[in-house]
Design a protein around this ligand. Structure first.
Ligand SMILES: [Zn+2]
Length: 242
């Protein structure tokens, strides 16, 4: 079943489910302190070269599924009565650049943003970084929010792989094959950032070698109970023993 959107294009019925999942996830991320006020935004790939994205400037507790905007991957609104997130350019750029990615979560979470303000990357100070398919969380150079320069900086940093990045003087970016995976990646990134911050405050953190991160990445593929779907798919980092 499909219906016509306000932009004249046909909207897959699954978009309704995705809109609900976005609201639920955004509100959960707000409850656990990763999102606050109107900062941050979420997007999910919808079949047919479309995406669903949170509206701009609305407090998360007031957002309903009908406020989530459907756009095409060029950023044109296809369905919805709200204006999409001001970060639409980088959400669509990530989904265009990374066919393996199905969802993008952007936050101004405290510790990731603290390190981004310091202009730091996050090295492999804890093995869970393997769940982000990275040995170092990269730092995207500062550009004005909502700009194409910021979108270009992000795709340059994560275009080849990886599920997280810090945005200088701005915040954090987490990716997943689906929305649950991207939300888990956002939580893992904030965990890593907070541990790194605390470790730097009292001494010099020990960094694991890249080979060990590769071993952990392999081990993650076998982690969890046989025959059960993991809390989030292993490729999305939810299988990290925590
Ligand atoms: Zn932001």
């Amino acid at each position: 079943m499909r219906r016509r959107g306000t932009g004249g294009r046909v909207i897959p019925l699954r978009a309704a489910e995705i809109r609900e999942a976005i609201v639920e996830t955004a509100q959960r991320l707000q409850r656990i302190g990763l999102l606050s006020l109107t900062a941050g935004n979420l997007s999910v790939r919808v079949e047919g070269e479309l995406m669903a994205i949170t509206p701009t400037g609305m407090p998360y507790e007031l957002i309903g599924p009908e406020d989530v905007v459907i756009t095409d991957l060029a950023g044109n609104v296809v369905d919805g009565h709200r204006r999409p997130s001001s970060e639409l350019p980088f959400h669509s750029a990530v989904l265009r650049a990374r066919p393996d990615i199905g969802a993008v979560v952007h936050t101004h979470s405290l510790y990731a943003t603290t390190l981004a303000v310091l202009g730091r990357t996050i090295p492999a100070i804890h093995y869970v970084i393997a769940s982000l398919d990275l040995t170092t969380v990269p730092l995207v150079p500062y550009s004005t929010y909502g700009s194409l320069e910021l979108a270009d900086g992000i795709t340059a940093a994560i275009g080849a792989g990886g599920k997280a990045a810090l945005l200088a003087n701005h915040g954090a970016l987490a990716l997943g094959t689906d929305l649950a995976g991207a939300a888990t990646a956002a939580e893992l990134l904030e965990f890593l950032a907070s541990v790194y911050h605390h470790a730097l405050a009292v001494g010099e953190p020990v960094v694991l070698p890249d080979e060990e991160i590769a071993v952990v990445g392999e081990r993650h593929r076998d982690y969890g109970q046989p025959g059960e779907r993991r809390p989030s798919d292993a490729r999305d980092g939810g299988a990290a023993p925590r």
